[in-house]
Design a protein around this ligand. Structure first.
Ligand SMILES: NC(=O)c1ccc[n+]([C@@H]2O[C@H](COP(=O)([O-])OP(=O)(O)OC[C@H]3O[C@@H](n4cnc5c(N)ncnc54)[C@H](O)[C@@H]3O)[C@@H](O)[C@H]2O)c1
Ligand SMILES: N[C@H](CO)Cc1c[nH]c[nH+]1
Ligand SMILES: [Zn+2]
Length: 433
């Protein structure tokens, strides 16, 4: 019989809270030592290590080519149905439209004091490496979610790494999506070894300035270990979601939506938070019925999540439900309450917030427009979804006239003296005529 965790917020003990709230952190810490060894191998042996790690973890032939060839790009198109190509084009159009709206002005200046102009110049990051997962699913959606903001930002070199299958080939939908997004440099390598290759460089993979992209615990552990070698981007680990609902919600829709992100893997989290125990009972029953019909491995993943890092939390009020959701700071949040826009005003921490029963997580995962690469593990307290801003940095720009310099100097000299920095003050005093 399937088990679904059921907690009452008031009576939950601190151990239960800690386990639930730290979710896959536990698994990531467990693999840190083996990931350290993978990084060492890639650093010392370059491509040779990549080929043998591909062989070990992804069962590829040892003599495979790491870079996707022109011929493979061309073949990919012929392997896809017209329906899939159309769905990709539709989704890419929406995602591109949304991300174009994020593009900042190339330069913005304001006159802070007469003759003192200050502002920021937006400069695209020179090279980025995008991690597109492939283990417990194909992720062409991740390819366009990452490539579109990078290309829109104007990054000069956008390259992708993604695990190959046993034949040493890459998912054709990923290759087709890459072509639509204008990305041509793709390497067939995944896991921690791909992250290490992008951070240090190998004979065939030039190192990058910044990484972006979600991944399993191996990918997440590698990014943590390499944060001082390369900008590792946002922490996007195993998928997680909360459905926050009240008694007005349709239990069938809540159950369906709660299972969406649970099917990513046993290390995912999916929580229903509600102050209506009838809704909780009904959802529990429906999830069991729906889960029984799922194909493997999705059935096992959903079952594992419901007895693992997921389940149902019953609270005393809508306000308390929102408080619990804010504490958890989930990647995906869906609100199915009578007044979803009012409930929205109670939310402080969530990677994305989907309002109402007609906005299931799936539409945001693939096609609504905003980015589906989102912070996990409680990082939604300070991080945002991937966006064009992830691929741009800003240089401050300052211009002063002589009159403005004369005006500002006494204040700066005073502060330089106070801090004891003689030459800082002299640069002003000694240039005055
Ligand atoms: N946060 C987000 O925005 C977001 C978006 C999409 C997916 N995700 C998450 O990304 C993850 C994708 O994981 P995945 O497994 O499907 O793909 P993945 O590409 O991250 O992992 C597969 C790779 O892991 C490596 N690997 C497998 N077993 C290993 C072992 N024992 N030791 C070392 N390395 C090993 C292999 O090289 C393999 O290629 C899921 O957890 C999903 O929930 C998150
Ligand atoms: N839910 C994932 C982000 O956590 C995105 C995704 C892609 N495909 C299916 N789901
Ligand atoms: Zn998903």
């Amino acid at each position: 019989m399937m088990k679904i965790n059921r907690y009452n917020w008031k009576t939950m003990n601190s151990k239960e809270k800690e386990t639930l709230f730290s979710r896959s952190e536990i698994d990531i810490k467990d693999v840190q030592e083996s990931v350290k060894d993978i990084i060492k191998q890639v650093r010392e042996k370059g491509d040779t290590a990549l080929l043998s790690l591909n062989h070990k973890f992804d069962k590829t032939p040892l003599d495979m080519k790491l870079r996707v060839s022109e011929q493979e790009f061309d073949q990919a198109e012929s392997l896809l149905s017209e329906e899939v190509k159309k769905a990709l084009q539709y989704s890419i159009d929406n995602v591109r439209r949304f991300h174009s709206s994020q593009l900042p002005e190339a330069m913005k200046m304001v006159e802070i004091q007469p003759g003192l102009l200050v502002g920021e110049k937006a400069i695209p990051i020179d090279s980025v490496g995008l991690y597109v997962p492939r283990g417990r699913g194909f992720f062409p959606s991740m390819l366009y979610m990452l490539s579109i903001p990078a290309v829109t930002a104007g990054v000069r070199r956008v390259c992708v790494v993604t695990p190959p299958d046993e034949n040493g080939t890459v998912d054709p939908a990923c290759l087709y999506a890459a072509k639509l997004c204008g990305v041509h440099e793709i390497y067939k390598v995944g896991g921690a070894q791909a992250i290490a290759a992008l951070a240090y460089g190998t004979e065939s993979i030039e190192k990058v300035e910044k990484l972006s992209g979600p991944g399993s615990m191996y990918v997440t552990a590698a990014k943590r270990l390499l944060y001082d070698q390369v900008d590792v981007g946002l922490p996007a680990g195993p998928s997680e979601s909360i459905v926050l609902a009240d008694g007005s919600a349709n239990p069938q829709k809540v159950a369906l939506d709660l299972m969406i992100e649970a099917e990513h893997g046993s290390d995912s989290a999916a929580l229903l938070i509600t102050h209506d125990s009838n809704l909780a009972d009904n959802c529990e029953r429906i999830i069991k019925e729906l889960c029984a019909e799922l194909p493997e491995p999705r059935k096992t993943f959903v079952e594992d999540v419901m007895k693992g890092y997921g389940g149902i939390i019953v609270t005393d009020s809508l306000e308390e439900s929102a408080e619990v959701a804010n504490l958890f700071a989930t990647e995906h949040l869906q609100i199915q309450t009578k007044e979803p826009f009012h409930t929205l005003s109670l939310i402080k921490n969530a990677g994305e917030i989907l309002l109402g029963e007609n906005t299931p997580f799936s539409i945001a995962n693939y096609a609504a427009g905003p980015n589906a690469v989102l912070p996990t593990g409680g990082n939604a307290k300070t991080w945002s979804a991937v966006s064009v801003r992830d691929f741009i940095k800003y240089s401050s720009v300052i211009f002063s006239t002589e009159a403005a310099l004369n005006e500002i100097s006494p204040h700066v000299e005073c502060l330089a003296d106070y801090e004891g920095f003689t030459t800082h003050g002299d640069a002003l005093k000694k240039r005055r005529k």
